[in-house]
Design a protein around this ligand. Structure first.
Ligand SMILES: C[S@@+](CC[C@H](N)C(=O)[O-])C[C@H]1O[C@@H](n2cnc3c(N)ncnc32)[C@H](O)[C@@H]1O
Length: 243
């Protein structure tokens, strides 16, 4: 399985968006009160608080840092060297480790599991970026990392996202035309569905505690101050056994 491209693609993205443009931000890079703090309300009841939390695809690390107040240890992993460099530079808390890791790579995930033991997992906006043929390995690796004890919380971009903005989103049509163009070209061509989650996390191996439509906030506002959000799906999932 060739996983090299995730690292190259995302590293280029972080260099172009953050390092070459002072003050540059990705669309999904919003203050934690519009992201992780909303997710925490859902996670609070179901994730065992004695286990560390793994933030998969942690990007520049603000969300992982936020979770240090709520879990004994946080590990932020991302495939992009450029993202992890920024996360380490901004890091202020000792209870957090940032590492480069490709979540579709079985060997690295097994090594991480051996290092930390069973983990809770937080994922915001990664599964929809994983190639379809890598998804079975992605799910196997999450199962390994959960170690039969942790719980996974995920929030992912929903399917049909481009059509949603082109035809249905009122806020989107109030954006200047140039911003509309950049916004659409940044959106992934496919997304995750509630049905897809049930297929990828089969009932003989996983218990889906929750799976429903949600919203992901972006850092864009329409000219009249309306927040532009992305339709999403949210799920909370337990692995039944240690794979
Ligand atoms: C849409 S961004 C979301 C970033 C962050 N979770 C947030 O919500 O702010 C997707 C992130 O996943 C990372 N990523 C993509 N593919 C990955 C992979 N195979 N393994 C680990 N990280 C990956 C990217 O580098 C990027 O930081």
């Amino acid at each position: 399985m060739d996983n090299v491209n995730y690292g190259e693609y995302w590293d280029r993205f972080y260099h172009a968006t953050y390092q070459q443009q002072p003050g540059g931000k990705a669309l999904w890079d919003v203050p934690v009160h519009r992201s992780a703090a909303l997710d925490l309300v859902e996670m609070d009841h179901t994730l065992p608080k004695e286990l560390p939390l793994l933030d998969v695809g942690c990007g520049t690390g603000e969300i992982a840092s936020f979770f240090t107040k709520h879990f004994p240890k946080v590990i932020g992993v991302d495939v992009a060297q450029g993202a992890i460099d920024i996360a380490i530079e901004r890091q202020t808390d000792a209870h957090i480790d940032f590492k480069i890791l490709d979540i579709t790579d079985a060997t690295s995930c097994l090594a991480l599991s051996e290092q930390y033991g069973p983990l809770n997992i937080y994922i915001r906006g990664v599964m929809h970026q994983v190639e379809e043929n890598h998804l079975p390995q992605y799910v196997n690796n999450l199962e390994t990392l959960l170690g039969g004890k942790g719980v996974l919380y995920m929030i992912e971009v929903a399917s049909g996202i481009r059509d949603h903005f082109l035809h249905h989103s009122e806020g989107y049509h109030k954006l200047p035309a140039a911003v509309q163009k950049i916004f659409i070209s940044n959106l992934p061509p496919r997304g995750v569905t509630v049905e897809g989650i049930a297929t990828h996390f089969p009932p003989n191996r996983f218990e889906i505690l929750k799976s429903n439509p949600e919203k992901l906030f972006t850092n864009l506002q329409s000219p009249d101050g309306m927040e532009i959000y992305i339709p999403a799906v949210q799920a909370i999932i337990k692995a039944k056994k240690f794979s």
